[in-house]
Design a protein around this ligand. Structure first.
Ligand code: ADP
Length: 358
C-alpha cells in the first residue's frame, strides 16, 4: 500500500530523515514511534506530499509521489498535529467545504459528509460551531476531514496529544474503527499510545529507521532482556559493588531505599540465569536477600533500549566525524565482535517473519 525507499530530508546541513525504507501493508494500523525530533513529522509531511524529499521515493497505492502526485495524494487523508479547522464554521458546513476542496463531485457531497459524520459519531453536533466543541470533538472533526473522499491511507500526527484520558480512549476507539476500510499510520512519542492501538510499529530515531515490526516480534527481539528485581538488606555502595561483579549482568541499576534495605534491578540476556551467582555473591559478602524475582522487560523497556542503542551509535558517529575517523572503521569492530552486520531494523526481525514483513 505504501512503499518508501531511501527517503531523506536535509535542512541546510542538518539531516532530519536519513535514508529510511519501509513498506506498509493494506488494512493495518501502524504506529510511528520515536523521541521528539526523531523525524516523524518530517517523514509524514513527505508521505502526504506537503514536503518534497531531498532523496528517495514514496509510492502510495501504486502511484509515485512527485510523478503521479495528484493520484497519490487522493489516496491519502491527513490529520496534522494542529488540525486544519475553521473555528467559525459549523461541523457539517466545514466538512462539506472540505469535500468540495478534495474534489468530491457535487452530487456525492451530501452522502459523503453523512458517511464521515456517522463514522466519527458527529451527528449530534452537526450544526455546532467548531469553536464551541470540546477538544475531543474537535479531534473527531479533524479525523472526519481526513477520511473525506475515502482515501486508502489515513495519516494521523500525534492524534491524542492534549486530550483528557476519557477523550483519549474515545479517539483510540475511533482510530481502531478505521482499520479495514483504511490503512492507518499514526505517530506518537508515547509507546503506550501505539501499543494500545497498532498492529505494527515503526521506530525512528535521529532520522533513521530502528525497527519495523509487530509488537510481538519486538518483544521477541534481542533487545528484550531479563530483569532481576532485588531487595537486599545493606547499604547501597556495598550492594552495588557486589552486583557489578556478576559476570553476565549487562546493567545494574539502583531503584530505591526502603528502611534498612535497598532495591536494585539487574538486567541480563534472556537466555541466561544469574540468580545462583547473585545469591552466592551476596551471601559471601554477608548481605541478606529479602526479595528476589525475575521478569522479562516490557515493550516500553525494549523501545527505550532500541532508542538508547540508536543514540549511542549516533553519538559514536558524530565523535568519529569530529576525530576524522573513517566511519567504516568504527563499524568494522562491531561487525567482527558480534557478526551483526545487518541493519538494526533487519537484525531484530525473526527469520521466520522476514518474508512476511517484506
Ligand atoms: P518529530 O516529529 O519526530 O518530533 P521532526 O520531523 O519535527 O521530528 O524534526 C526532525 C528534525 O528536523 C529535528 O531535529 C528538527 O529540529 C528538524 N527540523 C524540522 N523541521 C525543520 C525545518 N523546517 N528547518 C530545519 N530543521 C527542521
Amino acid at each position: 500500500m505504501i512503499k518508501i525507499e531511501d527517503l531523506s530530508k536535509i535542512y541546510s546541513g542538518s539531516i532530519a530523515v536519513d535514508g529510511i525504507s519501509f513498506e506498509v501493508k493494506e488494512g493495518h494500523i501502524y504506529g510511528f514511534l520515536g523521541p521528539n525530533g526523531a523525524g516523524k513529522s518530517t517523514t509524514m509531511n513527505m508521505i502526504t506530499g506537503y514536503l518534497a524529499p531531498s532523496y528517495g521515493t514514496i509510492e502510495i497505492n501504486g502511484y509515485l509521489m512527485g510523478k503521479d502526485t495528484d493520484k497519490a495524494k487522493k489516496n491519502i487523508g491527513y490529520l496534522p498535529e494542529i488540525p486544519p479547522l475553521y473555528p467559525d464554521m459549523g461541523v457539517r458546513e466545514y466538512l462539506a467545504f472540505v469535500a468540495h476542496l478534495k474534489g468530491v463531485a457535487k452530487a456525492d457531497r451530501k452522502s459523503e459528509v453523512d458517511r464521515v459524520m456517522k463514522a466519527t459519531s458527529l451527528n449530534d453536533v452537526s450544526t455546532k460551531l467548531i469553536k464551541h466543541l470540546s477538544k475531543g470533538y474537535k479531534q473527531r472533526v479533524g479525523i472526519a476531514q481526513a477520511i473525506i473522499g475515502n482515501p486508502k491511507v489515513v495519516i494521523l500526527d500525534e492524534p491524542t496529544v492534549g486530550l483528557d484520558p476519557e477523550q483519549i480512549i474515545e479517539i483510540r476507539e475511533l482510530i481502531k474503527s478505521l482499520k479495514g476500510d483504511h490503512t492507518v499510520i499514526l505517530s506518537s512519542h508515547i509507546l503506550s499510545e501505539i501499543s494500545a492501538t497498532c498492529d505494527d510499529v515503526l521506530v525512528i530515531c535521529h532520522g533513521r529507521m530502528v525497527a519495523c515490526d509487530t509488537t510481538e516480534n519486538l518483544l521477541r527481539s534481542k533487545e528484550q532482556k531479563k530483569i532481576l528485581n532485588l531487595k537486599i538488606k545493606g547499604d547501597k555502595e556495598k550492594v552495588e559493588e557486589i552486583l557489578k561483579t556478576i559476570k553476565d549482568a549487562d546493567k545494574v541499576e539502583y531503584v530505591d531505599k526502603e528502611e534498612e534495605a535497598v532495591l536494585f534491578k539487574v538486567e541480563f540476556a534472556k537466555d541466561k540465569d544469574i540468580r545462583e551467582e547473585v545469591s552466592f555473591a551476596l551471601s559471601d559478602a554477608r548481605l541478606l536477600i529479602l526479595e528476589m524475582n525475575e521478569e522479562l522487560s516490557s515493550l516500553e523497556e525494549v523501545y527505550l533500549a532500541l532508542v538508547r542503542e540508536a543514540d549511542e551509535k549516533y553519538e559514536a558517529e558524530l565523535q568519529a566525524i569530529r576525530d576524522g575517523v573513517d566511519l567504516d572503521e568504527i563499524y568494522k569492530d562491531t561487525e567482527t565482535e558480534n557478526d551483526n552486520s545487518k541493519e538494526p531494523s533487519e537484525s531484530i526481525m525473526d527469520n521466520d517473519n522476514k518474508e512476511e514483513a517484506k
